[in-house]
Write a new protein. Structure first.
Length: 500
C-alpha cells in the first residue's frame, strides 16, 4: 500500500481535501513509495487561522514555558535522530551518515532556541532626564511562514521554526513536496513535547500553497531557502504584500587554491565539498580556482580521490554518495557534463553513465570533473546542484579574486593556503557572505548567522543566529516618567518635551 502524507494543522493530522496529490519516489529505486497531499487555498487558510488563534496565547506565554517545551523537543529529537535520518534517506536518497549530520546541524539551532532568554534581553537606560527611563524590548511578529527545499528536509526547517516559536511567534511550514515525511515527524515530536495546538503547522503542496502564504494578510513574515529565481520571486511578492522576508537563493561556491597550499589537504577538501550529499547543497564547492603552476597536480589528486567514491543506496553502510532526488534532476545535471567539451572544458571524469547493480531504475549519476573550464561555459555559470566539479585556472591571486567577485552569486567561498597574510586579505576582499580559511564548507554554527551576498540572498537578514532572532521579532522603545509623590502639578505645557 502506498503511504500517504497529509497536512498537520492545529496540532493534528489533517487529511488532504483538495483531491490533488504528488508522488514521492525512493531515489535509489525510482519507485513511487508515497503520495503527498497538495493543499488548496482553503487548507492553507485553515493552517494560518490555526496559527493565528494559537498566537493569542502563545505570543503572551512566558519565556520559561517556551524554553521548557523546546528542551523537551530537543531531547525527543535527539532520541529519534536515527528515525528521522531514515526518513530523509528514503525520500531524498542521501546516505544515512549524511542524514544524521543534517539532524545534528538542525539540533544546533534548537540549542540556540532553548537559550533564547539571553537573545531576547532588552536594554534599559535610567534617568535619561528627570525621572525619565527608556527601555528597548523585542516582541514577536505573529504568524510567520517557512518555505523550505528538498535537499535538507529536516535541517532547513529547523533553521527557522525553533527560533520563531521561541520568540513567541506561531509557524506555518511549507516543506518540499519531494521529501515531506521528515517535517510531519518533527511536528509530531513538537506536539509530544507539549507545544500547544496550532503553534506549529505543516501544509504540503506546490505553487498554489506558496502563493497563498505570500499573499495571506495574516502572515507577517516569510523565510525561504531555494534557488535564486524563486528566492527573487518570494522576496518581490511577499515584500509587495507588506511582509518581512528573508529569501536565501542559489550559489556557485569557489575554492581558491594558492601555490603554497597543502595540495593533498586541498584535494581532500575539494572532493568532500563537491561530491558530499551528491552535490545537492547550496554550500557545495562547485568551482575550484587553481592559481599558478599547481593546476595539473591538483586536478590529478582530485581525480584519484573522486574515482574511489562508493556510490550506492543511502541505506547501505558502504555507500558514500547516494542518488539524485528525481530522474528529471539527474538528467539536467548530466546535460551540463554532456555539453562541457563543446564549450571548451576538458572532461577529466564523466559520471553520466553510472548505474548501480540491482538498482538500475534509480536516479544515479557518477562523479564528474571538468578542468580548464571557461567562465562562459554553462557548467560554470549555472548552479548545477549535482556532483560536478569545475576547475578554473588563473596565473595570480588578483586574477582569481576578480574571477570570484565577478560571479553573480556570493554565498560561500574558501581559500587554501599556508600564508596567513594572503588568507586575511582574501577574507576582507572577497564578496561572499561566508568565508572558509582551509575550511571548504564554511557553514556557521547555530549561534552565528548563515547567509550570502549578491544573488544568494534577498532581504536584510541572514538566517538563524542573532539575525534569526531579530528577523522573528520587532523592536519597541518605551519611554516612561513616573511622577514623584512630592511633586506639585505643573500645569499644561504645549512646548516640546524637555530632556534637561
Amino acid at each position: 500500500m502506498t503511504k500517504i502524507v497529509n497536512h498537520w494543522i492545529g496540532g493534528r493530522t489533517a487529511e488532504g481535501a483538495s483531491g490533488t496529490y504528488g508522488p514521492v519516489t525512493d531515489p535509489a529505486t525510482g519507485e513511487v513509495t508515497t503520495k503527498v497531499a497538495f493543499a488548496s487555498v482553503e487548507e492553507v487558510d485553515a493552517a494560518v487561522a490555526a496559527a493565528k488563534e494559537a498566537y493569542l496565547s502563545w505570543g503572551r506565554s512566558s519565556l520559561a514555558q517556551r524554553t521548557t517545551i523546546l528542551f523537551r523537543f530537543r531531547a525527543l529529537l535527539d532520541a529519534h535522530r536515527d528515525e528521522i535520518a531514515e526518513l530523509i534517506t528514503a525520500e531524498h536518497g542521501k546516505v544515512h551518515s549524511d542524514a544524521l549530520g543534517e539532524v545534528a546541524r538542525g539540533l544546533e539551532v534548537v540549542d540556540l532556541a532553548c537559550g533564547i532568554n539571553v537573545q531576547l534581553k532588552g536594554e534599559l537606560s535610567t534617568q535619561v532626564a528627570g525621572r525619565v527611563d527608556v527601555a528597548s524590548i523585542r516582541q514577536p511578529l505573529g504568524v510567520v511562514a517557512g518555505i523550505t527545499p528538498f535537499n535538507f528536509p529536516a535541517m532547513v526547517p529547523m533553521w527557522m521554526f525553533p527560533l520563531a516559536i521561541a520568540c513567541g511567534n506561531t509557524f506555518v511550514l511549507k516543506p518540499s513536496e519531494k521529501d515531506p515525511s521528515a517535517s510531519i515527524r518533527l511536528a509530531e515530536l513538537l506536539s509530544e513535547a507539549g507545544l500547544p495546538d496550532g503553534v506549529f503547522n505543516v501544509v504540503h503542496g506546490d505553487k498554489v500553497a506558496v502563493d497563498r502564504l505570500l499573499a495571506h494578510p495574516d502572515v507577517r513574515a516569510v523565510s525561504f531557502v531555494g534557488s535564486t529565481p524563486i528566492a527573487r520571486h518570494i522576496h518581490t511578492t511577499a515584500s509587495a504584500n507588506g511582509k518581512r522576508v528573508q529569501a536565501l537563493g542559489g550559489a556557485k561556491n569557489h575554492m581558491l587554491v594558492l601555490p603554497d597550499a597543502d595540495l593533498d589537504a586541498a584535494a581532500d577538501a575539494a572532493v568532500s565539498a563537491a561530491y558530499g550529499s551528491a552535490g545537492e547543497r547550496c554550500m557545495a564547492i562547485s568551482a575550484v580556482v587553481a592559481v599558478g603552476a599547481i593546476g595539473d597536480e591538483l586536478v590529478e589528486k582530485i581525480r584519484e580521490r573522486a574515482e574511489k567514491i562508493k556510490i550506492g543506496p543511502g541505506n547501505d553502510p558502504a555507500s558514500e554518495m547516494g542518488p539524485l532526488i528525481t530522474r528529471a534532476h539527474r538528467d539536467k545535471v548530466a546535460s551540463y557534463v554532456a555539453g562541457a567539451a563543446d564549450e571548451g572544458a576538458e572532461v577529466v571524469l564523466d559520471g553520466t553513465g553510472h548505474t548501480v547493480d540491482g538498482f538500475e531504475d534509480g536516479h544515479w549519476i557518477g562523479i564528474s570533473l571538468l578542468d580548464k573550464v571557461p567562465t562562459t561555459a554553462r557548467a560554470y555559470r549555472d548552479e548545477i546542484f549535482g556532483p560536478v566539479l569545475c576547475v578554473l585556472r588563473t596565473e595570480t591571486y588578483e586574477e582569481a579574486l576578480d574571477l570570484i567577485n565577478s560571479s553573480p552569486f556570493g554565498n560561500g567561498t574558501a581559500i587554501f593556503t599556508r600564508d596567513g597574510g594572503a588568507a586575511r586579505r582574501f577574507q576582507l576582499e572577497v564578496e561572499a557572505g561566508m568565508v572558509g580559511v582551509n575550511v571548504p564548507i564554511p557553514v556557521p554554527v547555530g549561534y552565528h548567522s548563515f547567509g550570502g551576498w549578491k544573488d544568494s540572498l534577498f532581504g536584510d537578514h541572514h538566517i538563524y543566529g542573532n539575525d534569526g532572532t531579530h528577523f522573528y521579532t520587532r523592536g519597541k522603545v518605551v519611554t516612561t516618567r513616573w511622577p514623584d509623590p512630592a511633586d506639585a502639578p505643573t500645569g499644561v505645557d504645549l512646548g516640546f518635551p524637555r530632556n534637561h
